[in-house]
Design a binder for this molecule. Structure first.
Ligand code: OGA
Ligand code: MN
Length: 295
């Protein structure tokens, strides 16, 4: 396997390894896992992409998350990120799926708003529009490492509240159904996530993060906005332009991402599988009720 950095200081393309290799060969899995822990984003190109293969690949990394209430593919292992209707045509611009796509264009990390957040997400391109529709990433590990030691000491153990409503309400007050609001109360996490393999910390923030414990609403939102802006400033991101056969896997503990706009009269269709975090992935130390951890 060859590891070719994507050029932004994080992320790497892996050559000479396939999704099927990872699903069927433990040594291949270990090599990809090590690259994932190190680079936070791994890209596999020219893959033979099928739902079953994507699930088998994803399962090698840990337990899979089921799609949330009210989403496309609800209750299955597949999340559909698409503007395509049942006839294979783009939905009209005022359709709910377009609002959902706009919410996906806010910087976020996946599933930070549920009780068991996501360690990693695997996204495959199924139908790619002729222009636009890139996915942009940033490293919240590098964002953390750029902060001064004093600043790190102030921030490290803050507790942040995350909710799906916080990101959806930025797009439209009725984007979430009453059923979804009921099903998804806010959850709380430490502001940093320590990777147990290499000990490197990352900011754990996102558009789902709405308030900081012990701070007023405005103060908390301002601090979150400042950290988000620092993490996503020009020159600090990697924008992935999709090709047919691409699969990207990212570390939700150490990155944020956002979808980029594309012409609404074009179809864009992606399939995501999601791997849940476990205590081995460092989840235990992110829980605010745990005692303060050693550096
Ligand atoms: C996702 C996501 C962005 C995109 O699948 O979690 O945010 O570009 N996707 O489709
Ligand atoms: Mn996402």
């Amino acid at each position: 396997m060859d590891v070719i950095p994507l050029g932004a200081g994080f992320g790497a393309e892996l050559r000479g390894v396939s999704m099927i290799d990872v699903a069927s060969d433990h040594a291949a899995y270990l090599a990809v896992r090590a690259a994932f822990e190190e680079h936070s984003i791994v890209l596999l190109r020219d893959q033979h992409i099928e739902d079953d293969i994507q699930v088998a690949f994803s399962r090698a990394f840990g337990p899979l998350e089921r799609s949330k209430v009210g989403s496309l593919g609800q209750g299955s292992f597949y999340g559909r990120v698409t503007n395509m209707n049942a006839e294979g045509k783009p939905v009209p611009p005022d359709h709910r799926q377009i609002q959902v796509a706009r919410a996906n264009q806010l910087w976020h990390t996946d599933s930070s708003f549920i009780a068991t957040p996501a360690m990693a997400s695997v996204l495959s391109a199924r139908i790619i529009p002729p222009t636009g529709g890139e996915t942009e990433f940033t490293s919240t590990r590098l964002a953390w490492e750029r902060l001064s030691p004093d600043r790190q000491a102030q921030l490290r153990d803050l507790t942040v509240s995350h909710s799906y409503a916080n990101s959806r309400d930025q797009i439209h007050p009725e984007l979430m159904t009453p059923e979804q609001r009921e099903a998804m109360p806010a959850v709380r996490w430490r502001m940093t996530w320590r990777n147990p393999v290499n000990g490197r910390r990352a900011l754990y923030i996102a558009s789902h993060a709405g308030s900081i414990e012990g701070m007023g609403d405005n103060e908390g939102k301002a601090l979150l906005a400042e950290l988000m802006a620092e993490a996503t400033a020009p020159g600090r991101t990697y924008e992935h332009t999709w090709r047919a056969g691409d699969v990207v896997m990212w570390d939700n503990r150490a990155t944020m991402h956002r979808g980029r706009p594309f012409p609404l009269d074009q179809v864009r269709s992606m399939i995501r599988t999601t791997i849940s975090a476990t205590d081995e992935a460092g989840l235990d130390a992110v829980r605010p009720d745990r005692a303060r951890q050693a550096a």
